[in-house]
Design a protein around this ligand. Structure first.
Ligand SMILES: [Mn+2]
Length: 232
C-alpha cells in the first residue's frame, strides 16, 4: 500500500503511532510530504527514523529547505581561514528567519549530534524530492508540499519554481488538474474550511492532508490505493 502524511513538525510520538495504526511494513511505501521538522520537539528524531527506512520517501517542505540552507553554512569546522567568513550576513538572516519559523528545536538537537550523524542528515536532506507523480488503480496523484503557483494544466512539474512549490498555497476552491488529484500539506485543513478541522480535505480534486498535528489538531494519513483516511 502507498501512504502519504505531512507536516509531522517534530511530533515523533504521533508519527510512530500512525505507523503502527496503518501497520506499516516493508511492502508499503510512505511519502512524507515535507515539514517533518521544526515547531515540535522531535524533528531530528523523526529524520533519524525516516533515514533508516528505505520505503519512506522524504519530500521537501519549506522547513527542510530553511534548515538545509542554514545548516550547510553552520555545519563546518571553524578554522583560522574561515572564522570570520563562514557566517555572512545572508547566512545570519537565513538563521533568524528559520528561528522565527520554529527552527530552534531542530537546530539545538542537530548541534548535539556527532559529526558523522550531522553529515548523514545533511546528505539525507539534500536528497528530498520536490514533487512526485504516481499512478495507482487508474488514478493519478501529484504530490507537492505547498502548491503549484502560476498553475498551467500542461506545465511540467519541473518548470515550477522551488519556492512556489514549498512556500506557495493552493486555491482549494479551484480544481487544478482535470483528471489528477493534487495532494498537498503545508496549509492546515482548518484554514481551508473550518468544517475540516482535524480532517483531511477532499474537494475539487484536492487532497489536503495537513490536519495541524503540531497545533493541537490531528496527524492524518491517507492510503492512496484505497483513499482510506487514518488519524491519531
Ligand atoms: Mn510548510
Amino acid at each position: 500500500m502507498i501512504y502519504v502524511m505531512s507536516d509531522l513538525h517534530g511530533c515523533y510520538d504521533k508519527y510512530k503511532q500512525m505507523l503502527e495504526k496503518i501497520k506499516f511494513n516493508k511492502d508499503d511505501t510512505l511519502y512524507v510530504l515535507g515539514d517533518s521538522i521544526d515547531r515540535g520537539d522531535d524533528g531530528i528524531k523523526i529524520l533519524l527514523d525516516m533515514m533508516k527506512r528505505p520505503n519512506v520517501v522524504p519530500m521537501l517542505g519549506n522547513h527542510e529547505y530553511m534548515a538545509y540552507s542554514v545548516l550547510k553554512k553552520f555545519n563546518v569546522e571553524i578554522t583560522a581561514n574561515n572564522y570570520n567568513s563562514h557566517l555572512d550576513a545572508e547566512a545570519i538572516e537565513m538563521y533568524e528567519n528559520w528561528m522565527f519559523n520554529g527552527g530552534l528545536t531542530t537546530s539545538q538537537d542537530f548541534a548535539k549530534l556527532d559529526k558523522t550523524t550531522r553529515d548523514s542528515i545533511m546528505e539525507y536532506l539534500g536528497e528530498f524530492e520536490l514533487y512526485e507523480e504516481l499512478e495507482l488503480n487508474g488514478k493519478t496523484f501529484v504530490l507537492v508540499h505547498g502548491g503549484l503557483v502560476d498553475f498551467e494544466e500542461d506545465k511540467d512539474l519541473g518548470e515550477y519554481d522551488i519556492h512556489d512549490i514549498i512556500w506557495g498555497r493552493c486555491d482549494y476552491a479551484r480544481q487544478y488538474y482535470k483528471d489528477k488529484y493534487l495532494v498537498t500539506g503545508h496549509t492546515p485543513t482548518y484554514n481551508i474550511d473550518e468544517n475540516y478541522k482535524g480532517k483531511i480535505y477532499r474537494q475539487n480534486n484536492h487532497i489536503a492532508i495537513d490536519c495541524g498535528a503540531v497545533f493541537g489538531g490531528t496527524l492524518g494519513c491517507i492510503c492512496l490505493d484505497t483513499l482510506e483516511e487514518f488519524y491519531v
